[in-house]
Design a protein around this ligand. Structure first.
Ligand code: GDP
Ligand code: MG
Length: 166
């Protein structure tokens, strides 16, 4: 099995941390500053069952200039021509305008989307349950997978879900 998986989401939700955790190398540039990842970065994950090319996209945000426009365009291109989109969100309790825009964009693509709820190390069980319910109500996600990219929690489960879609 093999395929392409793009990782999308607004800046700072942990996309690069996730890709680095999965691929096990410091390929994507990580930083506390949003928009450090200026262009799409690819990394290949291989095991006995599958080969997955991950595309770590620049954060999607409202463009303020030409560079910003370019970054947003290459991020929204990442919705198409891939086998699966991983939409990464963090532990924020409400769907903000940044995530809302991405969800609206995702409604217009045929590619299956898995919601990756990252930073669960910052949540208690009840908060996690409420967030899963909130995102489930959007009705566009194949599955919701809670993880901590930083602590490496539930990454194997996410890999299983990814392989199912290849
Ligand atoms: P990106 O802009 O979406 O690529 O986000 P980064 O991967 O650069 O991560 C942004 C910040 O969130 C960094 O300070 C990371 O260390 C932090 N971060 C990423 N994943 C987690 C996580 O699972 N838990 C916590 N607490 N912090 C995380
Ligand atoms: Mg990044």
């Amino acid at each position: 099995k093999s395929g392409f998986v793009s990782i999308v989401g607004r800046p700072n939700v942990g996309k690069s941390t996730l890709m680095n955790n999965v691929v096990g190398e410091k390929i994507a540039i990580m930083s506390d500053k949003p928009q450090t990842t200026r262009n799409t970065i690819q990394a290949v994950y291989t095991d006995e069952e599958a080969q997955v090319v991950f595309l770590d996209t620049p954060g999607i945000h409202k463009p303020k200039n030409k560079l910003g426009e370019f970054m947003v365009k290459s991020a929204t291109d990442a919705f198409k021509n891939v086998d699966l989109v991983l939409f990464v969100v963090d532990e924020s309790k409400k769907i903000g305008p940044g995530d809302r825009k991405i969800i609206d964009d995702l409604k217009n693509v045929k590619t299956p989307v898995v919601l990756v709820l990252n930073k669960i190390d910052q949540l208690n069980e009840e908060e996690l349950f409420d967030l899963m319910k909130m995102y489930n109500a959007e009705g566009i996600f194949e599955q919701i997978v809670p993880i901590s990219a930083l602590k490496g929690r539930n990454i194997n489960e996410l890999l299983k879900v990814i392989k199912k879609h290849l």
